[in-house]
Design a protein around this ligand. Structure first.
Ligand code: SF4
Length: 645
């Protein structure tokens, strides 16, 4: 039987397990990436492992998520990240050199190789035919230490593309269409592999846009073949030698096929507050808006910036609209400057921001109270933009530009202009001055830590029985943004767990931290897809720090499930969905945790109602052993010493 692109990628990196859907496999990780918000934890964990140098082919530390530096906290984080990178062999960027995923795509991605990143949108690099996966910081620290990364072998879904996109319908609409069809959990346990004659009409950054938001359907990753389009793009990046071809075998078989005729797509928009609340633009056209944000790792490529400048054409954005643009990299900014696009954007009244994530995670440029914002980023969860009362819509750069001009949500096809005639340049402007190289060999260079970087919290082993109240009962699709917030106020304390814990579940129930502390030990109950969204491991660590020992849910998002195991929390899954209704907030629960064994059926006793509820734990024996030890770092120490945690 022939192999798919995804199977070839996995086979090339596989060091353990069988490639059967659902079976546990381990891969050797070739490259890692971290960013400043999730990276600090990852490097603290790498230090705790005790190695002097990373063992990957290439590791990058991007300073791109929070560069506001409003006080000492953020610059302290950046200084620590620069110091530790130099010492352990990691390339570190200067702050605001670009968004990690755009920068990595341009300068370091490699078809056929594997990449693990502390960010769910690491999957962006699937656009060049790379096996690119998002993970928690501890998993990335382990990969930097040369340990395999393990995950359940995904099913392979083929997205068969035919035709080509109509005018003013750009790549963002392809992934919005997929979100419309399969929702935020439609890709769980799967890799989306793109193929068909339609892919030839999509350039590399368009492919990356589509892969990027594959994170929003919960897919393990997304991938395109590496073809002549990819080759031309690598040549234009001055990296022709990094290109290798990669294609599915003719007789490759897929677990599922999604057919999309690109020519039939129309401009789409995701309504607040979920990326899968997708409707055709005409259904909401005319809705007044207050703000437009161009940028985010989904749509900050050169083509995106040029398309916005082309549509605005030097005309002023509407008086009611505050508009800003974030270029994805120095290359994008320099190219846009050279072509006069930045000049035109300034004349249109668009604010030119630094090259970082910015408003996408609420780091500045928050909408006003109850304001409506059209954004080109990948997520619109409530409160993520820095204002809980705001309404964020997700759309393509073309829809966002047309809306900025009109002051209302607008269809770019109604504009009296031709679309941007764009083709990938023969040679991009190359500027690698934003990368700081590490020392050649292990050094004793000082690593400076500010007061905002406390030591990692200590975790005890799991006791023989858990008993306590349900501190919080939640519905479906709780995101890691719900669990620990993004935004300019919270990103500077992302690595200060005691401080961050004070804001856990802020947008759901602000009393949670205090009630958890008072209970001392307890449970969270949730519906479907608990922990979707960002890969931030603090969403596991913070509840654990507050005394949560187990989460009982209908099911879990992949990265968060791994993070729960890494920090010693038990992830129980209801075996009967209706049992979710047999537990209420404040009910007192008990679970026997003497023996944690793969495949075992466990019982949660609801002491308040006097009933037993069967549950299981969807983890391997090794992960259960890690939980038993109180988390992966304890487990590593136990393995190293042969003793107890
Ligand atoms: Fe940055 Fe937003 Fe992309 Fe996350 S989703 S990497 S915050 S641009």
């Amino acid at each position: 039987m022939g192999l798919t692109v995804a199977e070839k990628l996995i086979a090339a990196s596989r060091v353990a397990g069988k490639m059967k859907p659902g079976a546990r496999i381990g891969i050797r990780v070739s490259q890692t990436l971290t960013h400043d918000v999730n990276g600090v934890m990852s490097y603290l964990e790498f230090e705790a492992i005790g190695l002097k140098r990373v063992k990957t082919d290439l590791s990058l530390s991007y300073l791109d998520h929070n560069i506001l530096q409003t006080d000492f906290k953020n610059p302290d984080d950046h200084r620590y990240l620069a110091d530790i990178a130099r010492r352990i062999g990691v390339i570190c960027t200067r702050p605001a050199s670009g968004i990690c995923h755009q920068l990595h795509l341009e300068r370091f991605s490699r078809p056929g190789k594997s990449l693990l990143g502390t960010d769910s949108h690491t999957v962006n690099a699937g656009g060049v035919g790379m096996l690119a996966i998002g993970a928690g910081g501890l998993d990335v620290a382990m990969a930097m230490a040369g340990e395999p990364f393990s995950f359940p072998m995904p099913a392979i879904t083929k997205v068969h593309l035919t035709g080509s996109l109509p005018p003013f319908v750009s790549a963002k609409n392809v992934i919005l269409e997929i979100l419309r069809r399969i929702t935020v959990k439609g890709g769980l346990g799967a890799i989306l592999e793109y193929g068909g004659p339609g892919i030839g009409s999509l350039n590399v950054t368009e492919r990356a846009t589509i892969c990027n938001m594959g994170a929003e359907v919960g897919a393990t990753t997304s991938v395109f073949p590496s073809d002549e389009v990819t080759r031309a793009w690598f040549k234009a990046q001055g990296r022709a030698g990094d290109w290798t071809p990669l294609a599915a075998d003719d007789c490759a078989e897929y677990d599922r096929v999604i057919e999309i005729d690109l020519a039939t797509l129309e401009p789409l928009i995701a309504l607040p507050h979920s990326p899968d609340m997708v409707v055709p633009i005409r259904e909401v056209a005319g809705t007044p808006i207050d703000q437009v944000m161009f940028g985010g790792c989904t749509n900050s490529s050169l083509q995106d910036v040029l398309s916005v400048a082309h549509i605005l054409g030097g005309r002023n954005v509407h008086d009611r609209v505050d508009a800003a643009i974030y270029c994805g990299s120095r290359q994008v900014m320099l190219e846009a400057l050279q072509r006069g696009a930045i000049d035109r954007l300034v004349r249109s009244g668009v604010r030119i921001m630094e090259m970082f994530c910015g408003a996408c995670n609420g780091t500045g440029f928050a909408p006003p109270t109850a304001g409506r914002s059209v954004q080109t980023g990948p997520r619109n969860f409530i409160g993520r933009c820095g204002n809980d009362s705001a309404f964020v819509y997700l759309a393509s750069p073309e829809v966002a530009a047309a809306s900025a001009l009109a002051g209302v949500i607008a269809d770019p096809r109604d504009l009296d202009i031709q679309p941007l005639p764009y083709s990938v340049p023969a040679a991009f402007l190359i500027d690698d001055s934003g990368f700081v190289m590490p020392d050649d060999r292990p050094s004793a260079a000082p690593v400076r830590r500010g007061p905002n970087i406390p030591p990692l919290p200590k975790m005890e082993a799991v006791p023989e029985a858990l008993q306590g109240p349900v501190i919080l009962k939640l519905g479906d699709h709780i995101t890691t943004d719900h669990i620990v917030p993004a935004g300019a106020h919270y990103l500077p304390i992302r690595n200060n767990i005691p401080e961050l814990a004070r804001h856990a579940f802020r947008v759901v129930d602000g009393s949670f931290p205090e009630r958890a502390r008072q209970a001392g030990e307890g449970f969270i109950v949730a519906g479907e897809n608990y922990g979707q969204g960002s890969s931030r491991e603090q969403a596991a660590l913070v509840p654990r720090y507050l005394g949560i020992r187990a989460v009982i849910a209908k099911d879990f998002a992949r990265i968060h499930l791994a993070n729960l195991a890494n920090f010693g929390l038990l992830p129980f899954v209801f075996t009967r969905q209706e049992d979710y209704d047999r537990i209420s907030q404040d009910d007192s629960l008990e679970a026997d945790t003497r023996e944690l064994r793969e495949g075992k059926l466990y019982t949660i006793r609801n002491l308040t109602r006097g009933i037993d509820i069967p549950v299981m734990i969807p983890l391997s024996q090794e992960e259960l052993d890690i939980i038993k030890a109180g988390g992966r770092l304890n487990w590593i120490r136990m393995r190293a010493t042969g003793g107890t945690a």
